[in-house]
Write a protein that binds this ligand. Structure first.
Ligand code: ZN
Length: 390
């Protein structure tokens, strides 16, 4: 796929704030391409999940754009002397330095940088990221103590400048062990004067009560060292922090099988869907089965398209579980799998759709099944032939 690099170049280079509607239109075009103009059977947001989160890894261009913008914000916060463009961008930022901009509330910071087109647009994107991940109105402890427009006294009082020069430059430095330190402790640590006690009370009052010294993952990304493949790493982290609930599918499988699927087991199923088979078509089949995308006879009958009975045995209702497991015709296939495993590896698998309870058996079973599937193409063919009951 060479569309992504072509899109990434302008997305990285142009200092424009791109509206969400543009990305929504792009997703619509992707959807039309994937489903070839037919009705989509699955939302693109699900297809965009990482493969080990139950998705297909379809690129989410908006997240890539955000990751590209994060690179610039990262360099604001961790400036290199060789990056001359930072000097250019830091011009006309009002009271603020670029290093502090991401940690001031958007309402205040946009007033400071209103005449700086590039910085304003980047901060607009940063604000969208914060809102999207649920950090709107987040009180950042990485905000500066001196010249912080959110904390008005710091813009006029020279004592805060003194604190800044002594190394007490960010709110987080007031914390020790998850709570704001006492004035005495800060006084000895940063050589403050006794006359600064009132400023200490002022700033302690400014920090919301019960505010713990914990950063958001977006803030952590800005202060942690990231070296190679910056955009890919950030993109991956974004993907991990989205709330990708697969509980609905899990419940449907639980109902069909008639057993509870533990969280740990379900996570392992989601993670290994793409690892079981090496062929792309077979992986796609696994993906469809996991998400129950095949149109079963029961479902077709609800649309008025034929009988709800299974097309293989013609005697029972064609539910999803019946089609992939319970049907007497499919059971022959699973018996073949069991025999193949026993012949090749001398290991007896239990014929059950549920996950083995014993951890050792589970691990052994999974590994052996994986190995067998990879090694024995006949089983792949069998699986493929029987799974496409559409
Ligand atoms: Zn049947």
């Amino acid at each position: 796929m060479n569309i992504l690099p072509r899109l990434m170049y302008p997305l990285q280079m142009l200092p424009n704030s791109i509206p969400n509607s543009w990305f929504a239109n792009l997703d619509k075009m992707f959807t039309q391409f994937i489903w070839q103009g037919k009705k989509a059977r699955m939302k693109i947001s699900k297809l965009q999940r990482a493969r080990d989160q139950g998705g297909l890894g379809v690129p989410n261009v908006q997240l890539y754009y955000w990751a590209a913008q994060m690179r610039y914000i990262y360099e604001w916060v961790n400036p290199e002397p060789t990056n001359t463009w930072i000097d250019m961008e830091s011009w006309n930022c009002g009271l603020l330095t670029l290093k502090n901009c991401p940690f001031i509330t958007y309402k205040k910071v946009k007033l400071e940088v209103q005449n700086n087109f590039i910085v304003r647009n980047t901060l607009n994107t940063w604000n969208k990221m914060m809102s999207c991940f649920g950090f709107k109105n987040h009180f950042s402890l990485l905000a500066p103590i001196w010249k912080n427009p959110d904390f008005v006294p710091s813009c006029h009082d020279a004592v805060y400048k003194f604190w800044h020069e002594k190394g007490l430059d960010r709110l987080v430095k007031l914390y020790e062990g998850g709570a704001v330190e006492s004035f005495e402790a800060l006084k000895s640590k940063y050589s403050l004067l006794q006359s600064h006690f009132f400023r200490y009370l002022q700033i302690r009052h400014y920090i919301p009560k019960n505010r713990h010294a914990q950063n958001t993952f977006l803030e952590d990304l800005l202060i942690q060292p990231i070296s190679k493949r910056f955009i890919s790493q950030i993109y991956k982290t974004f993907g991990l922090n989205f709330n990708h609930s697969t509980d609905n599918i899990r419940k449907q499988w639980q109902n069909d099988i008639g057993e509870q699927i533990e969280e740990k087991v379900w996570t392992s199923i989601i993670k290994n869907t793409h690892r079981i088979l090496s062929c792309n078509t077979d992986r796609e089949t696994q993906f469809k089965i996991l998400h129950r995308l095949h149109c079963t006879p029961l479902l077709r009958s609800r649309f008025g398209l034929g009988s709800p009975n299974c097309i293989k045995c013609c005697s029972e209702i064609g539910t999803y579980t019946h089609m992939v497991w319970k049907c007497c015709k499919i059971q022959h296939f699973w018996s073949d799998v069991k025999e193949e495993v026993a012949t090749l590896l001398g290991y007896g698998l239990e014929l059950t759709p549920s996950h083995p309870q014993n951890t050792t058996t589970q691990a052994a079973g999974t590994n052996l099944t994986l190995w067998t599937y990879k090694q024995h193409k006949n089983i792949n063919k069998l699986l493929h032939r029987n799974a496409n009951f559409e």
